[in-house]
Design a protein around this ligand. Sequence first.
Ligand SMILES: [Zn+2]
Length: 223
Amino acid sequence: MLKQAINELYNEFPYNYSLKYSGKFKPYRGNIRLRGNDVQLNLSKKWKTVSKDIQAGLIQELLLKIMKKRLRPLRKNTQSMELYNIFMKKIHVAAPKTDINPVLEESFDRVNRRYFYGLLEKTNLVWGNHTLSKLGSYEYGTDTITMSQVLDGNEELLDYVMYHEMLHKKHKFTKKGSRSYHHTSKFRKDEKEFENSKLMEKKLRNLLTKKRFSFRNILKDMF
Ligand SMILES: [Zn+2]
């Protein structure tokens, strides 16, 4: 399968290559490493049971990324890559919903009622780290929204960031060549539909500045 996936992209491929399935990834993730002359592909073991055609699509996406400035591909789009992207857009249906934090669920339900007619299907909902650099994220493979604990206790900003992540589930992504776009103009337009979205952006910036400041003070106290 690996050989076939490579041949479809490159006339000549002057590297050694190998593929490993690993349990250390989140479901349906994978990565690629290039060391010297060796290309190592690592895929989440969830991929093992998925059709080879679809796996080939992921492998080709990873190859195109890492070979970008090294090898010119014969094509930047294959049928396998198309299949892979369809798969990733649909996989949330199959992901088990077992991890739903009640506080986040209330936020999800509020936003769902208000902006999605209650129609967006529930995702897994978990708290992430206490981080300022990533307030929220949506992971397609596990259908999980993760929220930074920085937002805990601030209902309106929690809802605002929740809305952003829910839009990711609604819009998924758009492909142009081998690139995926997540924040499309349609996405941005929807994002502005949130009540007082401009004010929310401002409040979000204020919160971050304030928290950054207090982080710095904590650090000062420690040293
Ligand atoms: Zn986003």
